[in-house]
Design a protein around this ligand. Sequence first.
Ligand code: IPM
Ligand code: MN
Length: 360
Amino acid sequence: KKKHKIAILSGDGIGPEIMQEAYKIIEILKKKFNLPIETSEYDVGGIAIDKHNNALPENTLNGCKNSDSILFGAVGGDKWNHMPIEKRPEIAGLLNLRKKFNLFANIRPCNLNKKLHYLSPLKSEISKKGFNLICIRELTGGIYFGKSKYDQKKKYAYDTEIYSEYEIQRIAKIAFQIAQKRTKKLVSIDKANVLKSSALWRSVVDKMSKDYSDIQLTHMYIDNATMELIKKPFTFDTVLCSNLFGDILSDECAALSGSIGMLPSASINEYNFGLYEPAGGSAPNITGKNIANPIAQILSLSMLVNYSMNLPNIASLIEESVSETLYNNNLTLDLVQKNKNYISTSEMGNKISEQLLKKV
Ligand code: IPM
Ligand code: MN
């Protein structure tokens, strides 16, 4: 069998701790499911700045190029916040990596199972209905990569939101295709009542919808979407957004499903090469305490197994193991009320591993 090489980039903060739990799952996939996985570790982010004076060293970049996929932890922390923005771990490490591999499509599935409705901060009449949505976020364009300036002397600064028709088409195509495999309901998010870039976004998506007559397309302004998501999350299915709007909406979705610590993501390019990472950050405040939730990291691995290794059935087994662990009331600190009966990062990894081992 051909080896699948995974570049492991744990990064900073809780990154290495939650990656440790993903490793437990990788070991089971290798030893019990006989998957030909090979892993190599590379430095990225703050740790790479400390060791090599560069958030994305040449060696890391080459390692990623020579791999079939990337499993990413998290980057950033106070220690590097004095640096100019473009040298910091988040930009020089993560954004650079997304851009270098042209990972324009960020996929963030987010759901709340009815059985776990109590994990959600929503009123129970709403959370009891559960929800199951997927954010498709444009990842290599928009205001994150537009012309920008911070003029300290003249005391002004700006960022520019810029999208070409082509950039909108390629991310919208992915959203239409994903919607086709789901409930065929697609909502495109914009601010077309104010922004020119949004007016283009809306018109491009509208034109494309003629080629997807099976899809029920609607448009929603970003401000309205943030409100509707809280009031009726169960009415959403596939959500298409620009880079910045998707960043904001995906954090909101994560909170609604219980915790940002459970939201995985896949960032892929046109060749299906992918970087898989938790949607949350490096969480410096809880680093080193063995209390972080490793679920987002483990589910990111399952997305890797699904999209990059093309093994959806095995990916489902990992997802089921996570759900079952939660049903059994094994919860990390972020998921419990008032510090009650929580389990550690490593215990959570062990519990999920136990469930997965039952499925071999
Ligand atoms: C995310 C993160 C990143 C982003 C940061 C760390 C640059 O918030 O993946 O959502 O804004 O894209
Ligand atoms: Mn974010």
